[in-house]
Design a protein around this ligand. Structure first.
Ligand code: AMP
Length: 389
């Protein structure tokens, strides 16, 4: 059995963005030290961690410094080069490990793995050559979405296509890089499930999150998702099974579609993708759960007993994108009229990013309510105060 990594120890985080910032903010009150590795000395986590090692993710000196400074390493993103993970794993436990990250960052490996353990995905095919586009497998996927196999996020590296000509054009625009084409799923809701799994195998899942996207970027999350309890159980069981089968240590987020029920077929769970880390949809747990996703991640990575995740009440989260900041905004400044936003009783989190750009996640607003509609009303009112004043 692995030994728990007890408070007083030091946790290393690869990446210093907002997820690392909120991981550090959860780890420190639990008694841990936090060291972050990031190329940017002013990264969002810098202000709230013990030390930043300023280094590229593939720089062996920086990685060795991190390994020698910490007792365990976790990650806030999955695109860390395998050679870097190897270098680290030789010196210190890395949770989740290389195997999980390699699957999660490549859509072909990810869908192949999911299907191999009996998990349903949208029907898909790979596109690596012109010949692939001419196959029957592709011809039967329309209407579809083409996604780059690697390095896509928030809808980047994606195009909707309705026929083979559009598919050709989209693939050209993606630089003829390896892609997947997948059929569009007719869904009634998008949800995510976040599962924690500790080194000794204990697992605990948050109830599903209900997610609404705008321009392929998460916009609103409601928690717990307003879905039929049997669908919720099926979603949670699917996520638990994936986390067990892939041997994830730490958090694993599973993004899913709930298919629209028809007269003959009830709703099903179709998995979109997995992310072995905290997730934007789980930010609401900071206020709405006795143990936030960030505190749970620290417990799982350090092999502590996992915490209670029963919702206090319905909660809602609205993202704040850089579009809300004026173009000449001072670095790290709050969006204008944030005082008005705070009067609504909502909680605002800002990530301290030094530059606001359209589409960039700068912060989020959370509110709890007696009902989902109350909580949603509060976050929309708070964000609306920023948008319209
Ligand atoms: P992804 O980067 O794969 O998470 O996709 C971003 C968003 O695009 C998803 O959250 C969905 O709203 C939408 N999307 C992606 N794939 C599909 C699909 N196969 N069917 C319907 N919508 C999709």
């Amino acid at each position: 059995m692995p030994e728990p990594i007890l408070p007083g120890a030091t946790i290393g985080i690869l990446g210093g963005g907002q997820l690392a910032r909120m991981l550090a903010l959860a780890a420190q009150p639990m008694g841990y030290h936090v060291v972050v590795l990031d190329p940017d000395p002013q990264c969002p986590a810098a202000a709230v961690c013990d030390r930043v090692i300023v280094s590229a993710f593939d720089d062996n000196d920086g990685l060795a410094q991190l390994a020698h400074a910490v007792d365990v390493v976790t990650l806030e993103f999955e695109n860390v080069p395998s050679a870097a993970l190897d270098a680290l794993e030789a010196l210190v436990p890395v949770r989740p490990g290389r195997h999980v990250l390699e699957i999660a960052r490549d859509r072909v490996l990810e869908k192949t793995f999911l299907n191999s353990i009996g998990v349903e995905t949208a029907p898909w095919a790979t596109i690596e050559t012109d010949a692939d586009l001419a196959t029957d497998a592709v011809a039967h996927k329309f209407p579809a979405v083409i996604k780059t196999s690697t390095l896509g996020y928030d809808g980047k590296g994606q195009a909707r296509v309705t026929n083979i000509d559009e598919a050709h054009e989209a693939w050209q625009q993606m630089g003829r890089n390896p892609c997947v084409i997948e059929s569009l799923v007719d869904f009634s809701m998008e949800i995510s499930v976040i599962v924690a799994r500790s080194a000794s195998g204990e697992q605990r899942s948050f109830a599903p999150f209900e997610n609404q996207h705008r321009n392929s970027i998460l916009d609103i999350t409601l928690w717990p998702a307003r879905i039929d309890p049997t669908v919720a159980v099926s979603a949670v069981n699917t996520a638990l099974e994936i986390s067990r089968q892939i041997n994830a240590i730490g958090l694993l987020t599973v993004e899913m579609f709930v298919t629209r029920a028809t007269e003959t077929q009830p709703s099903r769970i179709v998995v979109n993708e997995i992310a072995p880390r905290p997730h934007n949809s789980g930010h609401v747990t900071i206020e709405a759960s006795p143990t936030s996703q960030f505190a749970q991640a620290i417990r799982a990575v350090c092999d502590l007993p996992l915490g209670d995740v029963t919702p206090h009440s319905p909660g809602a989260m609205a993202n704040l994108l850089g579009d809300l900041w004026p173009r000449d905004a001072r670095p790290s400044a709050a969006p204008p009229h944030s005082l008005a936003a705070l009067q609504s009783g909502a909680t605002m989190h800002l990530y301290g990013k030094s530059e606001a750009r359209p589409g960039r996640k700068m912060g989020h607003i959370t509110a709890l309510g007696a009902t989902h509609d109350n909580a949603l009303g509060s976050v929309l009112a708070a964000r609306g105060a920023i948008e319209t004043l």
